[in-house]
Design a protein around this ligand. Structure first.
Ligand code: GLN
Length: 292
């Protein structure tokens, strides 16, 4: 498969060859992928590759690089091969136990942050439900140093990754393993955020192999209509929010109307606000709990 790579190739030649190969195989971002994989093998960064363009690769380096190329060609996501992924200008550890952070989820963080800043609470109580790698909770902890932040997940393996990310970024986040909200005292939170699983069960098999074969199904599968956890959170978070507390959730690109219907069927929320992602999809919903 990677026979075309010869011994004694320089960094420059190897990158050119691999970029063309990835292009041919329709791998996303071929040049960047080649650079990141080679930088990983050489235990360095992309800049170093450019500064050492004429350095030849040793046979063990070449062999290791070929191994990574094969993994990517088998559709293993780049983030799992590298073991980390950027989000909110930080780098997070990711493993196959956790969803890979998506840029859309930054809108969840931004929306939550705006709510806390508008409310002007210096030490808010915040919950990230279904934290996965911990990205939402950790970014908020970085941005609101006095916040009391809790994060739950059903998966212990995901929580281990979140724990490592908490240590990596030196923030305080309280992790709890739980499938629901019942471990908390009613009326605890100023803000609850979540990027819940929201893909219809039947749609998962149609997704890219990178997603359907590698990312944790439990982080994607939102049940038959994709709304299982969104409905759960809309129904149950009011109990755990303070009066005028907010729920902020990421939703599927086509779920705005369904979310509006669920919200209006419940008497505890003010009308929802939706926020669009870069592709113009309504991606985040924010709802405020009514007075009394
Ligand atoms: N909160 C994590 C994220 O946004 C995990 C979400 C999930 O597993 N559905 O990436």
């Amino acid at each position: 498969m990677t026979k075309g790579l010869h011994d004694r190739w320089t960094i420059k030649e190897v990158l050119r060859w691999t970029t063309d190969y990835f292009k041919q195989k329709e791998i996303d971002a071929p040049r960047l992928t080649a650079e990141l994989l080679l930088a990983r093998v050489l235990k360095t960064n992309r800049l170093h590759l450019y500064l050492n363009y004429d350095q030849p690769l040793t046979p063990p380096e070449l062999a290791a690089f070929k191994g990574l190329i094969k993994r990517r060609l088998a559709h293993e996501p780049l983030a799992y091969i590298l073991g980390e992924h950027p989000f909110w200008s930080l780098s997070f550890k990711v493993t196959p136990a956790t969803l890979i952070p998506r840029p859309e989820t930054e809108l969840v963080v931004e929306t939550g942050l705006n709510i806390i800043r508008d409310k002007n609470i210096s030490a808010p109580y915040i919950l990230d439900w279904g934290t996965g790698s911990g990205i939402i909770a950790i970014c908020l902890a970085k941005e609101i140093p006095l916040a009391k932040i809790f994060a739950t997940d059903i998966s212990l393996n995901a929580l281990k990754v979140a724990w490592e990310n908490i240590r990596r970024h030196q923030v305080e986040v309280h992790l709890l393993q739980s499938p629901d909200l019942t471990i908390f005292k009613p009326g605890s939170f100023d803000l609850i955020l979540s990027n819940p699983p929201y893909i219809k069960t039947a749609v998962i098999s149609t997704l890219a192999p990178e997603v359907k074969d590698y990312e944790p199904r439990s982080a994607l599968d939102g049940g038959e209509d994709g709304l299982k956890y969104i409905r759960y959170l809309l129904k149950h978070t009011p109990t755990y929010l303070k009066t005028e507390g907010w729920l902020v959730m990421e939703i599927g690109y086509d779920q705005k109307e369904a979310v509006e219907r669920i919200v209006s069927s419940l008497s505890c929320w003010l009308p929802p606000a939706f926020f669009k992602d870069h592709a113009g999809h309504n991606r985040v919903v924010a709802v405020k709990k009514k007075h009394g």
